[in-house]
Write a protein that binds this ligand. Structure first.
Ligand code: 6GU
Length: 234
């Protein structure tokens, strides 16, 4: 997969992209990630990228001209356009299903904005999708773009090194994960559940399944299907 990021702050991406899984995935050629700075596509003396909103109001708006020039440069860097995604609180809420969908693409172009927002003609002119990472307001789309990249890249074949991991975890099945334990067997008086030491893999799997369901019911009932399928077996 190739991911292009269009931003005013490429430096913000340096640390997250250069550690751990995201770094290794790039080193191994599983993903290639490129940054483009919108400001490099300005033509005026002040390298202006934002301006006051028509109609008045607070804040500044990201201008369409440098953004389009930047986009048209980036678009040509690879043969396929892929999915063009603007990060904005107005976007579709980002969920695991969307991460799985994006992980199947050959290319993503992510556009992170700043200020009060993007000039509306950017969204229309690029025919871009919009993604939000939750119902709160960030100072810009950069952190949201990093969240999307992190969630997508770990789903790419080979990125985790152990393929079950991404299958097993929270949300892959629409449920929260079961609890995990490692050594020591007793920590501050708290014992590892006996069943996990039993070696009975079928019983362990059933226990984990039940734990997943119970935790989801208790902590995230909104994730459970509205009409749970009735088990009619006796
Ligand atoms: Cl994608 N951008 C900004 N600025 N704020 C957000 C967001 C995105 N998602 C949630 N809040």
């Amino acid at each position: 997969m190739r991911i292009d990021i269009i931003t005013l702050f490429p430096e913000m991406f340096e640390s997250p992209l250069n550690h751990s899984i995201l770094k290794r995935a790039q080193d191994e050629g599983i993903v290639s990630i490129a940054l483009a700075n919108i400001r490099d596509f300005t033509t005026d003396k002040y390298h202006k990228v934002d301006d006051r909103p028509y109609g008045g109001g607070a804040g500044m708006v990201l201008m369409p001209v440098p953004l389009f020039d930047c986009f048209e440069h980036v678009e040509k860097l690879a043969p396929t356009r892929g999915r063009v995604i603007m990060l904005t609180p107005q976007g579709e809420p980002f969920r695991q299903a969307k991460a799985q969908e994006l992980a199947r693409e050959e290319r993503l172009i992510l556009i992170a904005g700043r200020y009060e927002g993007f000039d509306e003609r950017i969204r229309i002119g690029l025919n871009a999708e919009q993604i939000s990472i939750g119902d709160y307001v960030l100072n810009g789309g950069e952190l949201a773009a990093m969240v999307v990249i992190d969630a997508v890249v770990r789903l790419l074949p080979g990125a985790l090194g152990h393929e079950e991991s991404a299958q097993d975890e929270s949300f892959a099945e629409g449920l929260l994960e079961y609890p995990h334990y490692t050594r020591p067997e007793v920590f501050r008086g708290m014992r590892v559940p006996e069943i996990l030491l039993s070696g009975d893999h079928a019983k362990i799997a059933a226990w984990r399944r039940r734990q997943s369901l119970e935790r989801t019911k208790a902590w995230r009932p909104d994730l459970l299907p509205k009409d749970p399928p009735t088990d009619t077996r006796s």
